[in-house]
Design a protein. Structure first.
Length: 674
C-alpha cells in the first residue's frame, strides 16, 4: 500500500488571536453541487459542510483568528505507475484497519523556517531591468541579495548567503517538532519547546538542535506589536489528523549603525527586518498494533498573509499555476497536452474547468471600484452556462480575453483580465492551459458534464490551492513564481508513489545537529541547485519582507511598464487584497450604499489617487493588519452583522478600522502627474 499526506500543500495564515479556525477545504465561490464533490464555500472547524460565518472570524476580545491548515492521510493501491486523477484514496485515521492491522498512532513531524532576511531580492528588476522573475536566475545569473554586507552587492552572492554565521544570524529556525495521538494539546513551534523528529522507528529528541530566533542574534529589536518568538503551533484532532496553525503576523526591525531601527521604505525588499511567516515539510509515520510502522509520502505547509476574501475566487489561482506547470512540464494529463502541444481533440469539462474562470471574473467586482455598468457586465460573464452557445455570450470569440500566446497583449488595456501582471508584464494573462481550455469552449468542443472524479485527497489538493492567489507574481501573496519551475517538485510522480503537486523535500541530517552550527543553508535557488530538494523556509523566502508592506502597497498601481506612459490605476490582486468594498453595515433595503476602501481610517488619506486605500506609513499596516474586515458571501453573515443579505452579495464584515480616509471614486482613476 501507498500512503500520502493531503493536501500536498497546505495553507496556514497569521492573525493576532490565540484562537484559530480551519482554513477553506472546499471550492470557494461556485454554486453548491457544481463541479467537484467539494463544490461550495469554506467550512468551519468540526464540520464537513457548514460555512464559516462572520462571528467566527474574531475571538471574544475582538482579535483576528489565525487560520489552521489540516492534513490527512490517505491510502492508495500500489500500481507501479499511475495517471491523474486516480479517483481513489481511503482516509487513514487512528483506529483504521490496514491489511488486518490496526493503526494505533500517527506520528507527525513539521519543520518550518523563515529565510527572508537571508536571500535574494524579489523585485530584482530595480537594479537589473532585464532580470525579471525567473530570468534573474537564468544563464548563471543571480539577483541582488537582501541585507548585502556593508550595503554593497557581493560578486559571489551564494557564498555570502551560505556563510554559516550569516545563516544563523538572519534565519528563523525553530527546528522540527513531532506530535502524535488524538486530541493532543498544542506543541509550540517556538523558542521554548524542544526540537524532535521521527527517526524511522521512534520519536527522537534533538536537544542540540541549533534553534535561532531574532533576539538570539540582535540584542536590540524594534517590534511594534510584540517579539517574534514563535512560528506557530501544531495539534491533532479526534482522529489524529494534524493541524498546523500560523503565527501572529508580527514583524521586527533591528538597529542600523546610527542606532536607529531600519525603516520600512520598500514595497517588498526591506533590509533590517524579520516577519513570522514560514514554510516547510510535513511528514508522517503510521504505527500499527503489531509495533510495525509505515512511512507516508509527505506534504508542505506554508504560513502566510490572512485571507480577507476567503470566498472570492482568483481568476488565476495557485491551483491554475500548479496545474499548468504539471500539464505542460510533467505529463499530468497527456490527453490534454503532450509532446510540446495541446491536443485539439481534448474536451474540457464546463463545471470543473471553464465555469470557475467565468465565476472568478464576476466576483472581482466586490473587491474593486468598478462602476455599475461594468459590474453588470461581470455578472453576465459569471452567469454563462454550459447550455449557451459560446458565440452568444459576452466573451464570444474570446476577443476581450488576453491571449498569453500573443506577444504584446500584456499591455492591451482593452483585454481581460484588467488587473496588473507579473514583473515586466503590464496586465495579467490566464495561464496557457486556462486559455487553451477557453479556446476549446469557444470552439464548442467541451463537455457540459463534470470531469473525472477526484479522489478525496486529490480534491483536497485542488481545493486548498484554488483558494490561493496565482499570478500576478510580483511577488504575490501565498507563493510565487517558483511554482512554475518543474525542479520544485517530485518529478517522477507517476512511479515514486508521491502523486502530483508534491514539493520535493531535501533530506536533512538531524542526527548531526549541533548547537551553534546551522543545519539549514540558503537552500533552493532556482536553476542553480539542481534537484536535491527544498529546505524549510525555501518557498516563503521569495515573498515580501515583511509581508505587510506589499499587502499595504498593492491596492492600485499604474501598469509597469505603463502603455503610452499611462497614469491609469488598476488593481493588483482584487480577490486576495480587496481594495474597494461594500460594508454589510451600509446595506439598507437591498441598497448596497457607497463603497469604502478596505484599508481606511487614520493614516490612509492622500490627495493622490495612486496612494489611496492604503497606509501612507507602512508601519501602520504592521500595527493594524488584524483590524481589516473580511468579505463574505451574504448567506455567511450572521444576524449580529446585519441582514439578512442576498446570496449574490459579497460584503465586508468585522472591520475595526475607522470610517475616515478618502471616498472611493469609481474606475477609472489616474495617478497625479509627477
Amino acid at each position: 500500500m501507498i500512503f500520502r499526506v493531503h493536501p500536498a500543500v497546505g495553507m496556514a495564515r497569521v492573525g493576532n488571536s490565540e484562537e484559530f479556525y480551519l482554513g477553506p477545504e472546499t471550492m470557494a465561490g461556485l454554486p453548491l453541487g457544481t463541479g467537484e464533490k467539494t463544490g461550495g464555500i469554506p467550512i468551519r472547524p468540526g464540520t464537513e459542510s457548514d460555512t464559516i460565518t462572520s462571528s467566527e472570524l474574531r475571538d471574544n476580545t475582538g482579535a483576528f483568528k489565525r487560520q489552521a491548515a489540516r492534513f490527512k492521510i490517505f491510502q492508495y493501491p500500489e500500481t507501479g505507475s499511475e495517471s491523474y486523477p486516480t479517483g481513489q484514496g481511503t482516509e487513514i485515521k487512528i483506529g483504521s484497519k490496514v491489511d488486518g492491522k490496526t493503526v494505533t498512532n500517527i506520528v507527525w513531524t513539521v519543520h518550518v523556517a523563515n529565510k527572508k532576511a537571508n536571500t535574494f531580492k524579489t523585485e530584482n528588476n530595480r537594479l537589473a531591468p532585464d532580470d525579471l522573475i525567473i530570468a534573474g536566475y537564468e544563464n548563471g545569473k543571480l539577483p541582488p541579495i537582501r541585507n548585502a554586507p556593508g550595503g554593497t552587492q557581493p560578486t559571489d552572492p551564494l557564498s555570502v548567503l551560505n556563510d554559516p554565521t550569516r545563516v544563523s544570524k538572519l534565519t528563523i529556525d525553530p527546528g522540527p517538532r513531532t506530535i502524535s495521538g488524538k486530541n493532543t494539546a498544542k506543541v509550540g513551534i517556538d523558542k521554548v519547546t524542544g526540537a524532535s523528529w521521527w527517526d524511522g522507528s521512534a520519536v527522537a529528541p534533538l536537544p542540540n538542535y541549533p534553534k535561532v530566533f531574532p533576539d538570539d542574534s540582535f540584542a536590540k529589536l524594534d517590534c511594534p506589536v510584540g517579539p517574534i518568538d514563535t512560528l506557530g503551533e501544531m495539534q491533532t484532532d479526534s482522529d489524529g489528523r494534524l493541524l498546523v496553525v500560523g503565527a501572529y503576523g508580527r514583524a521586527c526591525a533591528w538597529y542600523d549603525e546610527q542606532g536607529k531601527p531600519y525603516p520600512l521604505d520598500d514595497f517588498v525588499d526591506n533590509n533590517g527586518w524579520f516577519d513570522d511567516t514560514a514554510d516547510g515539510p510535513v511528514s508522517a509515520a503510521l504505527v500499527f498494533d503489531d509495533q510495525s510502522t509505515a512511512e507516508v509520502q509527505g506534504a508542505w505547509v506554508v504560513s502566510t498573509d490572512p485571507s480577507y476574501a476567503p470566498q472570492t475566487l482568483n481568476v488565476v489561482s495557485l491551483w491554475d499555476e500548479f496545474y499548468d506547470t504539471f500539464v505542460r512540464e510533467l505529463d499530468l494529463v497527456p490527453d490534454l497536452y503532450a509532446s510540446g502541444s495541446f491536443n485539439s481533440a481534448y474536451k474540457p469539462a464546463f463545471p470543473d474547468q471553464i465555469q470557475p474562470i467565468f465565476v472568478a471574473a464576476s466576483l472581482q467586482q466586490w473587491n474593486t471600484n468598478l462602476p455599475s455598468f461594468a459590474a453588470g457586465a461581470h455578472d453576465s460573464v459569471g452567469g454563462i452556462t454550459a447550455t449557451e452557445d459560446p458565440g452568444s455570450t459576452p466573451v464570444a470569440g474570446l476577443n476581450i480575453i488576453r491571449d498569453p500566446n500573443v506577444t504584446g497583449q500584456s499591455s492591451d488595456t482593452h483585454k481581460m483580465p484588467l488587473s496588473l501582471g507579473d514583473q515586466g508584464q503590464s496586465f495579467l494573462s490566464l495561464s496557457l492551459t486556462q486559455y487553451f481550455i477557453l479556446q476549446q469552449w469557444n470552439a464548442k468542443n467541451f463537455s457540459a458534464a463534470a470531469g473525472p472524479d477526484l479522489g478525496p485527497g486529490e480534491a483536497l489538493d485542488k481545493a486548498i490551492l484554488v483558494n490561493c492567489l496565482g499570478g500576478r507574481f510580483s511577488p504575490g501573496i501565498d507563493m510565487t513564481f517558483i511554482v512554475r519551475q518543474p525542479d520544485l517538485y517530485i518529478r517522477n510522480w507517476q512511479t515514486s508513489g508521491s502523486g502530483p503537486f508534491r514539493i520535493k523535500a531535501k533530506t536533512l541530517g538531524y542526527t548531526n545537529a549541533k548547537t551553534g552550527t546551522p543545519l539549514l543553508t540558503e537552500g533552493y535557488v532556482p536553476l542553480h541547485t539542481g534537484n536535491e530538494g527544498l529546505e524549510p523556509g525555501d518557498t516563503s523566502k521569495f515573498m515580501a519582507l515583511p509581508w505587510h508592506t506589499d499587502y499595504n502597497s498593492c491596492a492600485t498601481h499604474t501598469p509597469s511598464p505603463a502603455p503610452n506612459a499611462s497614469r491609469m490605476l488598476y488593481w493588483s490582486w482584487p480577490a486576495q487584497r480587496p481594495v474597494a468594498v461594500y460594508a454589510a453595515k451600509d446595506v439598507s433595503g437591498g441598497n448596497l450604499g457607497d463603497q469604502r476602501f478596505s484599508v481606511r481610517g487614520d493614516g490612509t488619506g492622500s490627495d493622490n489617487p495612486a496612494d489611496q486605500g492604503r497606509y501612507q506609513d507602512s508601519l501602520n499596516m504592521v500595527k493594524n493588519f488584524h483590524k481589516i474586515g473580511v468579505i463574505l458571501q451574504g448567506t455567511s453573515i450572521d444576524a449580529s452583522d446585519g441582514g439578512p443579505f442576498k446570496a449574490g452579495h459579497y460584503l465586508e464584515v468585522q472591520s475595526q478600522l475607522g470610517d475616515g480616509g478618502n471616498k472611493v471614486q469609481p474606475f477609472p482613476q489616474k495617478a497625479n502627474p509627477k
